[in-house]
Design a protein around this ligand. Structure first.
Ligand code: ZN
Length: 159
């Protein structure tokens, strides 16, 4: 298992637009594996995007604990969105913060898997929320940019 450091709010890398992945090299595969390790290791992580581990590339992973399990998205494109839903979101890069965000209720997305094959996926509920949240990371957007109402900040306990 290999963990990577998570970039936290204030790190300029979280505000940059990520670059297309032209070739899925062993280095990219290792990045995906490390991202998954880091996501599962961190408490309540259900998604992680490459810039959150300091890599400006268009890739993210989600696992909302449903039948899909872990899904890797390389060079994702959101094709369609429909309706709206509001969910209270958090982020590994903004520890202790949460806010309601309005997202599409349903989305259709296409992306490449680690073999380079394109796939399409339709998602709703939490999976759609999570995919939109992670996609935003590739554009340098954080959930607090889209907060509806107040951003809640949890008091940190001293270790
Ligand atoms: Zn996030």
């Amino acid at each position: 298992m290999s963990l990577r450091n998570i970039a936290v709010e204030g790190d300029p890398i979280l505000r940059k637009k990520c670059r297309h992945i032209d070739e899925i090299t062993p280095r990219i595969i290792k990045l995906l594996d490390d991202m998954a390790d880091t996501m599962y290791y961190e408490n309540r992580g259900i998604g992680i995007a490459a810039p959150q581990v300091g890599v400006m590339r268009r890739a993210f992973i989600v696992d909302v604990g449903d039948d899909h399990g872990k899904i890797e998205f390389i060079n994702p494109e959101i094709l369609e969105t429909e309706g709206t839903q509001t969910y209270c979101e958090g982020c590994l890069s903004l520890p202790g913060k949460s806010a309601n965000v309005e997202r599409p209720a349903r989305i259709k997305i296409k992306a490449q898997d680690r073999e380079g094959n394109w796939f399409e996926l339709e998602a709703d509920g939490l999976l759609a929320v999570c995919i939109c949240h992670e996609y935003d990371h590739l554009e340098g957007i954080l959930f607090t940019d889209k907060a509806v109402g107040e951003v809640h900040v949890e008091e940190k306990d001293e270790d």
